[in-house]
Design a protein around this ligand. Structure first.
Ligand code: MEV
Length: 438
């Protein structure tokens, strides 16, 4: 193997593929054929995807599904979900349908504030730095005026800039901690551009500040970057109904169901091992909508998990209670999303997903995403506290095995009949198909 390869990024796509295929694969032609099979037949669409990232060799598909019947604040919506895990879309749809006859989902946006920081080192008299900051603060706004003009026109911009003394955590460490309103954009580029200008202003103005000594003038900016932790950019989604209204075919005793459900949520609130899996189920819904709508799911994941640990112990994102005979279930999560900019106007399927949601504002999208998370969590807890999740999962798994064995319609019929009365396991299904074929 001829590694490292210098200048790989300069190769054409074809050359990159050929190099990969001949370097790593025992049958290079097959690898090339497979990679090309996943190219889009429309050259324009393929070029678009090629240019989303660097060194693109092909496309990696994730199915886009839809969960209909979401009644949210009195209006029905169909939610697009991009996810590779089976059962998630079915679970969301089931939960949507369940709550559509029990008042639906209610949502509220509690805040939309984004955050960015300039991390810097200052060695000297802190009271002089305070004075310098007070005198320079207006400059941070004026010197970013051209960057913020458009955002201000849309009603957003820089909300506040604070000086934070972090020297208890690290010697000479201070921050400019800034808050922003980025309206319908996620705002990463806007925030980072403002922060880099703050950093320049900070360094330049320090040089001109007469009260500073030479050492104090020499402010060192370590980095300027937005924070993906947005605890004041919060959306709440909830469902509630009288306990007796929870009754349906699979919930014969609604009081018992509601109590077990609340206990399951309490366990996730107090016990981190369970909390992580509980929240993972919520993220099944959240990520799927975040991806379908072209948003950055890594940013969302990082921010949400930090929020789940904000009290010092990782805990449940959702909450449940029974009060005066009313069952309530809700979650509050931080979500920094955009419906303009980024992939939203570039990726044809993102555009389609947004149109399916009636081209929402960022605040409206926050509400859809939170509802998908809550629905997912409801569906998971409902299964876990009643039949267990394997029943549903194994049904899907059964299908996957049948597809893997390219089972005929007749075989599928026989297998499904047999496993109505037998526990589904991989080996059990394989053995049964093999016995049918003998
Ligand atoms: C599986 O993707 C998600 C669940 O494990 C979530 C949960 O346990 O609550 C079912």
């Amino acid at each position: 193997m001829n590694l490292p390869f210098s200048g790989f990024s300069k190769l054409s796509k074809e050359e990159k593929i050929n190099w990969i295929a001949s370097t790593y694969f025992s049958t290079p032609e097959e690898a090339v054929t497979l990679l090309k099979k996943y190219w889009n037949s429309d050259a324009k669409i393929q070029k678009l995807h090629d240019e989303f990232i660097e060194n693109t060799i092909t496309n990696f598909y994730i199915p886009l599904g839809v969960a209909p019947n979401f009644l949210i604040n009195g209006q029905y919506s169909t939610i697009p979900m991009a996810i590779e895990e089976s059962s998630v879309v079915a679970a969301a749809s089931k939960a949507a349908k369940f709550w559509s006859t029990r008042g639906g989902f209610k949502t509220t946006v509690i805040g939309t504030e984004k955050i960015g920081q300039v991390h810097f080192l200052y060695q000297g008299d802190v009271s002089k730095l305070d004075l310098f900051f007070a005198q320079t603060k207006a400059k941070f706004y004026s010197e970013t005026e051209n960057l913020t003009a458009n955002m201000r026109k849309r009603g957003g911009g820089i909300l506040n800039i604070e000086l934070r003394d972090m020297t208890n955590e690290m010697d000479n460490y201070f921050q400019l901690h800034a808050t922003f309103d980025t309206k319908d954009s996620m705002g990463a580029n806007f925030i980072n551009s403002c922060l880099e200008q703050f950093a320049t202003t900070l360094k330049n103005e320090a040089q001109l500040f007469d009260l500073f000594t030479e050492t104090e003038k020499n402010i060192q900016v370590i980095m300027s970057i937005l924070s993906n932790y947005v605890p004041n950019c919060i959306v709440r989604a909830e469902v509630s109904c009288p306990v007796e209204d929870l009754a349906e075919k699979h919930i014969p005793n609604p009081q018992e169901f509601a109590e077990r459900f609340v206990q399951a949520v309490t366990i996730a609130a107090i016990e981190p091992y369970r909390a992580v899996t509980h929240n993972k189920g919520i993220m099944n819904g959240i990520d799927a909508v975040v991806i379908a709508t072209g948003n950055d799911f890594r940013a969302v994941e990082a921010g949400i998990h930090a929020y789940a640990a904000r009290k010092g112990q990782y805990s449940s994102l959702s909450h449940a209670k029974i009060e005066n005979g009313i069952f309530s279930f809700w979650l509050e999560i931080p979500l920094a999303l955009g419906t303009v900019g980024g992939l939203t106007s570039l990726h044809p399927l993102v555009k389609l997903s947004l149109e399916m949601l009636q081209n929402p504002s960022a605040e409206e999208l926050m509400q859809y995403v939170a509802v998908a998370g809550l629905a997912q969590n409801f569906a998971a807890l409902r299964s876990l506290t009643t039949s267990g999740i394997q029943e549903g999962h194994m049904k899907m798994h059964l299908n996957n095995i049948l597809n893997q064995f390219e089972a005929t319609e007749e075989e599928r019929h026989e297998v499904r009949n047999h496993f109505k009365h037998h526990v589904v396991s991989h080996s059990g299904v394989v053995n049964f198909i093999e016995s049918l074929r003998q």
